[in-house]
Design a protein. Structure first.
Length: 298
């Protein structure tokens, strides 16, 4: 190997620093220590005779040479991940690990019993559940399968549309009494998403009622919002499966289908032939469709 060339592990470091903005977070992403990343950057720049990064107070920024390295690293990553998916997709054994991602409220209040039943049926398959309200990148193998509310399957993904997922307004009995007595929604305390994190559906709910809610509690976790509504901190727009399954909450409005989305089981096409992936999707499709009335708020 020429003395001034970079290896795949070097390119992985470039990717990690670019994506995280610094050595310490890059080290965490790569599961190594800070000093290892520091030495690797110095070694790369020594071999190349050029700087890959400019050091700023806010973090590490790419130089022109670093931009070239990044482009090469991203191209290599695409090829490597595609190869990994194809190899994983060719696994015909009902063993191994499945990385599943789902929102926190869904994982806790809907999916856990299904996961337990799946494990009882397929004890040699390990479930690794990533509870995250963000859409993880299935192409990068951040997860193998996503259980996600979305109107349509994202481009380049394949999946099963379970059916409508509805939401409406929930609160404790005390708030139901206040609304029945004629109190306006605008005057009530609200529970909702952290500022800027609400989805278009939630924003539309407020706009269509000309509401500017006064929030008593905000969170980036829908599960935390359910809990806050249960202890009476305010009224909240919640998925029907979460609100209806709570003994402490009541519907404060009828379901409006115009705010519905769909619930999907998603995976990458390269993984569709893997026996464990197919077994999980087939099992969960049946289990979730048994809950369609709950999901639709019927």
């Amino acid at each position: 190997m020429p003395s001034n060339s970079l290896e795949w592990n070097d390119y992985r470091v470039v990717l990690a620093i670019h994506r995280t903005g610094g050595l310490a977070p890059a080290a965490r992403m790569l599961s190594v220590n800070h000093a290892t990343v520091f030495r690797q950057v110095n070694a790369m720049e020594g071999r190349l005779g050029a700087k890959l990064f400019d050091r700023h107070r806010s973090g590490y920024g790419l130089t022109a040479v670093g931009e070239v390295a990044l482009a090469a690293a991203e191209a290599m990553e695409v090829q490597a991940l595609a190869a990994e998916r194809r190899m994983a997709g060719g696994d015909l054994s009902l063993t191994g690990t499945i990385r599943v991602t789902a929102p926190d409220d869904m994982a806790q209040r809907l999916l856990l019993p299904m996961f337990a039943e799946f494990r009882a049926r397929y004890p040699r398959i390990e479930l690794e559940v990533i509870v995250d309200n963000r859409f993880l990148n299935l192409s990068r193998r951040e997860a193998d399968i996503a259980v996600r509310p979305t109107a349509e399957a994202p481009e380049a993904m394949m999946g099963v549309n379970i059916g409508p997922l509805n939401m409406t307004l929930y609160g404790t009995a005390a708030f139901a009494d206040r609304i029945a007595a004629g109190e306006d929604l605008q005057a009530l305390p609200w529970v909702g998403w952290e500022d800027g994190a609400e989805t278009l559906r939630f924003g539309g709910f407020y706009r269509n009622r000309a509401l500017s809610p006064s929030f008593a509690y905000r969170s980036n976790s829908l599960l935390a919002q359910v809990s806050a509504a249960e202890v009476g901190m305010g009224v909240a727009i919640l998925p029907c499966f979460a609100g209806d399954s709570s003994a402490l909450l009541q519907r404060l409005e009828a379901v409006d289908p115009s705010y519905a989305t769909n619930l999907w089981l998603l995976t990458h096409p390269d993984l569709k032939r893997a026996a464990r992936i197919k077994a999980f999707i087939d099992f969960m499709s049946v289990a979730l469709r048994k809950k369609r009335r709950l999901l639709a708020g019927e």
